[in-house]
Write a new protein. Structure first.
Length: 307
């Protein structure tokens, strides 16, 4: 059974009396919040207590953290409606402690975190095939485009179309995806719906050992760094396996640009020995819930042929 943690965000809501400032691993409050979020995500699993329940499960916790990073208290702010699930979520947060110590710009003795959680249970993929949200449905004819020089291929479900992008930019191959029937809608002023690019790894010297594949936690950290530079925030994470490799995908709220308040972006990244495949899409915020399944079908249709 697959699981996904949705809308996992942290809001600093209380900072109490001042205390002496001292050095800590995160440089500032923003980095501390990101570090706490990563720690929380790394400990979450789908609660076994929730398997008997149908549909998505939402709850919210209030967490009191002391200056040294220890968790002083956890309480349910908004219940899932099931006491066993609430207790399981509380225990998961407790296992995440101790959290990083406060950085210099967090001068209080303690702070309160608001942690909304949403767990989504998904059915196992049937033997010999993909689940409904892991690839194009059986009654939809897939469409495929291949970049011959690099071997990058993308298979998309109808009515989406795939073809070469007008320019490759920094990529070795770049495939553009469009929705001719207007869904998913493109973001305001966007020139395309989605693009899938391949960036080849630099050639290795003879006898050199191939670098280890990055963990999904390392990929999340790198993604967060890139989005901070854009003044954007990540609203949802997932990690997946494709071609035996672990990648990540995530939904981003841009912090600037035309219509950014009504825009959401989708990214999928897959590191491979030959290089890296990266997918980027942008659509209207209210269209993302329905578009996300379609984007993930495109993601699952990415491949790199052996050269």
């Amino acid at each position: 059974m697959r699981w996904r943690v949705l809308a996992c965000s942290l809001a600093l809501t209380l900072a109490c009396a001042a205390s002496p400032v001292f050095a800590a691993a995160p440089a500032n409050q923003a980095e501390w919040s990101q570090a706490v979020q990563r720690r929380m995500i790394s400990t979450f699993i789908f609660p076994p207590e929730a398997r008997r329940l149908d549909g998505p499960i939402s709850l919210s916790l209030k967490i009191i953290v002391l200056r040294d990073g220890s968790i002083a208290d956890i309480r349910v702010d908004r219940s899932s409606g099931d006491d066993a699930v609430d207790l399981a979520a509380t225990r998961m947060v407790r296992r995440a402690g101790p959290l990083p110590a406060f950085p210099a710009d967090m001068t209080g003795e303690k702070t309160t975190l608001s942690l909304p959680l949403r767990f989504q249970q998904e059915q196992d993929e049937p033997a010999g095939g993909r689940g409904d949200d892991r690839g194009p449905p059986a009654d939809i004819v897939p469409r495929r485009y291949a970049d011959a020089p690099t071997g990058l291929t993308v298979t998309v479900p109808s009515p989406l179309r795939a073809g070469p992008a007008p320019a490759r930019g920094r990529f070795d191959a770049l495939i553009e995806i469009s929705g001719p029937d207007g869904f998913p809608p493109r973001a305001q002023d966007a020139k395309y719906l989605c693009r899938v690019g391949f960036l080849a790894a630099p050639p290795m010297e003879r006898g050199a050992k191939a670098p280890a594949a990055p963990t999904w936690q390392a990929q999340v950290k790198a993604a967060e760094h890139r989005q901070r530079q854009r003044r954007a925030s990540i609203e949802l994470y997932d990690h997946y396996l494709l071609a035996g490799r672990q990648g990540i995908d995530y939904v981003v709220a841009p912090g600037a640009g035309p219509g950014h308040a009504d825009t959401l972006e989708y990214y999928a990244e897959l590191p491979l020995p030959q290089g890296r495949i990266r997918m980027a899409c942008a659509t209207q915020r209210d269209a993302m819930p329905a578009a996300l399944t379609l984007f993930r079908q495109v993601r699952d249709g990415m491949a790199l042929a052996p050269r």
